[in-house]
Design a protein around this ligand. Structure first.
Ligand code: ZN
Length: 440
């Protein structure tokens, strides 16, 4: 491209210079920095320049702050190596730098290489993999740009030796599916084994006797999420409704919540992000605005343990138990302890796409990923006891093992939610994963 379009500016990105050095720059060195094409490498500026004034700028961008440092720059072609490792908002900001001030230099767009996994997994899967049906067709996006996905399987690369393929075949199931078979529904670092064919059901009638709860994650620039769950006689949880989306004010959120419920629908408790009790300068806490609109919330409670404890609880509900009546009628021996109605499309879309954190505690979730529905689910489940007490069918070993967890209705004392009037407001604003900055 540099030779074909004199004066073109290319930006080649990874998260850090360290990653650039190990990948793109190492490859570039193997080709003597394109000397054969007249390339001149500037190792202090990380730029490859050509006599016709074209330039490739190698840059790092791990955060929005990194990306804004490129604010003055403009590019006609952006290259992302391991694209899913870069958060989607960073990609979006850099994309806004795609332009050309000269009629003779075209804007070529973006080319990315990637594997499944990472905070950008869902954005890439939606935009490229799902939109093109795994590359079977080429599509136009809303701005008329061509979107193409080229699956590159291990057998497509003639330079890889057979040992490498054997190594991939020997990987654990999830890694093998992602790396060998290019399966974007399964990836390394996937936090939850949530499967549409096991966990998602068409809506069924919910008996009035089942207790109902909310899990609520607040957001404005980023989406807010309200989930409604009902608990059956055995303690299985059915998520039967969701509200989800960005740009809805807290008063409006509360009104929509109240309007969605029927007169017969009694929600026992509405567990919400502790951050909703934080003071906001002159503005009333969000929980107070909800209350002013007739919706009274209960802090989900840091006393319930860490975020990681909450994710473990989510996993224990995703596990299998003896089949519910609905699934028994379908001939299933076991079914998950969590059922999600198919109308809850954002929970269904985002929960399986969440990756483990790559910084901090690896048992945590990467907060750069779209985790709002998962947070709402966590706030509910951490307050519902440890789930049903019956044997758990271990799908990995096909062994039936007795559950070591307390039953719903026989809740372990430490999980007994105390009433909201006994709970102190969180001193530090609760979950600190709400970055309210959004670009552009
Ligand atoms: Zn079931």
């Amino acid at each position: 491209m540099c030779i074909r379009y004199p004066g073109i500016r290319l930006g080649a990105f990874r998260r850090t210079y360290g990653e650039l050095k190990e990948s793109l720059l190492a490859e570039l060195a193997n080709y003597s920095y394109a000397q054969a094409l007249g390339g001149v490498w500037n190792g202090s500026e990380f730029e490859l320049r050509f006599p016709n004034k074209s330039v490739v700028m190698f840059r790092y961008a791990e955060t929005i702050l990194d990306a804004t440092r490129r604010q003055g720059g403009q590019y006609q072609l952006l290259l992302f190596d391991e694209r899913t490792l870069t958060p989607p908002d960073v990609i979006a900001f850099l994309e806004s730098r795609l332009r050309s001030g000269r009629a003779d230099i075209p804007v070529l767009g973006i080319r990315s290489g990637s594997n499944p996994g990472g905070p950008g997994h869902l954005a890439v899967k939606t935009r490229y993999v799902d939109a093109t049906n795994y590359g079977k067709r080429v599509v136009k996006d809303v701005r008329g740009r061509t979107v193409r996905f080229i699956p590159s399987g291990v057998t497509d690369n003639p330079h890889l030796n057979s040992e490498y393929v054997d190594d991939l075949k020997a990987l654990p199931d999830k890694l093998r599916k992602a790396f060998l078979e290019g399966d974007w529904n399964s990836f390394a670092g996937q936090a939850f084994d949530f499967r549409v064919d096991r966990h998602v059901i068409a809506p069924i009638a919910i008996p009035e006797s089942w207790r109902r709860y909310n899990g609520i994650d607040w957001g404005f620039a980023k989406p807010y999420c309200v989930l409604w769950g009902a608990v059956d006689e055995d303690g299985r949880v059915y998520i039967y409704r969701e509200h989800y989306g960005p740009g809805v004010g807290e008063g409006e959120q509360a009104q929509r919540l109240a309007a969605a419920e029927t007169e017969m629908e009694v929600v026992v408790a509405r567990y919400a992000d502790d951050a909703m009790w934080a003071t906001r300068g002159d503005a009333k806490p969000i929980a107070d605005v909800y209350a002013a609109n007739g919706v009274h919330l209960t802090p989900a409670g840091k006393g319930k343990g860490s975020r990681v404890t909450g994710w473990q609880r989510v996993r224990s509900y995703l596990a299998e138990g003896p089949a519910c009546p609905h699934h028994r009628a379908l001939g299933w021996e076991t079914c998950p302890l969590l059922h999600v109605f198919d109308v809850c499309e954002n929970l269904v879309r985002t929960l399986p796409a969440l990756p483990h954190a790559t910084t901090g505690d690896p048992e945590d979730i990467d907060t750069d990923a779209e985790d709002h529905a998962a947070d709402a689910l966590r706030y509910m489940l951490i307050n519902l006891g440890a789930g049903p007490e019956f044997v758990i069918f271990d799908t990995a070993t096909s062994e039936v093992v007795p559950a070591v967890i307390g039953a719903f209705g026989y809740r372990l004392p430490e999980y007994e939610p105390s009433p909201w009037w006994e709970q102190p407001a969180p001193p530090d604003g609760g979950d600190q994963d709400h970055d309210q900055q959004w670009w552009p």
